[in-house]
Design a protein around this ligand. Structure first.
Ligand SMILES: Nc1ncnc2c1ncn2[C@@H]1O[C@H](COP(=O)(O)OP(=O)(O)OP(=O)(O)O)[C@@H](O)[C@H]1O
Length: 256
């Protein structure tokens, strides 16, 4: 693969005596939607946390847009152009959607104490631009009519949309999605699939871990299957679904 945006090589993570991720490698091509699936306990969440920076690898390398980031904190990866969502989004419940969006903003001039005195006009212009961007993203994620409502009124699926909008405030080139279908009703699931496609069409690359195979089949260009901390199979959703090793891994997991 030419210049992957994100590449993990031989990643291993041990927790005491348990090897959750065991020499796993993957590469994410610019513009693709890659799915990461596997039976319970396969190591998907740990792999995701390693890529996102919330867990440090025991060994191995992670390159983001060519730079080694394995030892770097999650917020630094956001500055480098990679954002993540959480399986259970936790917006500030009493703040409006718009304010939740503005809080997600990073590195604005107004954050520096002296800037308030030395560059008031620049700060005002930045705030106006951020507000416009937040409104445009709420529009893109179909939440514009709720912009001034407190986040607590949102359903599980709408929270996922808000979280995606918040991540987009940082203009990421890569977004890691942690179970975007979990806790989402069928109608909103369609909206989420449609919006991920729309964002992907703008050039954003996605990696998602997901148990909802229907969503994976419809969304992902390519799928990796993990089992026992390592890569078991790779292909389109249809290819991996008929792979006997994959069927065996899922059945084995179900029987355990
Ligand atoms: N913090 C931890 N401490 C000890 N063991 C852990 C820890 N995190 C994960 N594990 C173990 O590592 C293995 C992989 O877990 P992980 O959660 O990554 O799998 P998963 O594929 O995401 O599973 P699921 O689909 O059930 O969420 C499991 O055996 C799990 O018990």
């Amino acid at each position: 693969m030419a210049d992957p945006v994100l590449e993990a090589r031989n990643l291993t993570r041990r927790f005491g005596g348990v090897t959750a991720v065991d020499g796993m490698s993957l590469a994410l091509a610019q513009g693709e939607i890659l799915g990461l699936i596997g039976p319970n306990g396969a190591g998907k969440t740990t792999m995701f946390d390693l890529l996102a920076g919330s867990v440090v690898p025991t060994s191995g390398s992670i390159r983001l847009m060519g730079a080694e980031v394995a030892g770097e904190a999650a917020h630094k990866r956001l500055n480098r152009g990679m954002g993540r969502t959480f399986q259970i989004p936790r917006p500030f419940p009493e703040l409006s959607l718009l304010d939740n969006m503005l809080i997600a903003r990073q590195g604005q001039t107004g954050e520096g104490f002296w800037a308030n005195f030395t560059a008031p006009r620049r700060i005002a212009a930045e705030e106006r631009a951020a507000r416009e961007k937040a409104r445009a993203l709420l529009e893109l994620l179909l939440l514009a009519r709720l912009a001034n409502e407190p986040a607590r009124v949102l359903s599980g699926g709408q929270r996922k949309l808000l979280e995606l909008a918040r991540v987009m405030m940082a203009d990421p080139q890569v977004i890691l999605l942690d179970e975007p279908a979990a806790g989402v009703n069928a109608t909103l699931l369609e909206t989420i699939i449609d919006r991920i496609r729309a964002i992907n069409a703008q050039g954003v690359t996605f990696l998602l871990i997901e148990h909802n195979i229907d969503m994976v089949q419809r969304l992902c260009h390519r799928v990796l299957v993990m089992a026992s901390g390592a890569l078991l199979a790779e292909g389109t959703a249809a290819e991996v679904a008929r792979d006997p090793r994959v069927i065996e891994a899922y059945l084995g997991g179900a029987a355990a």
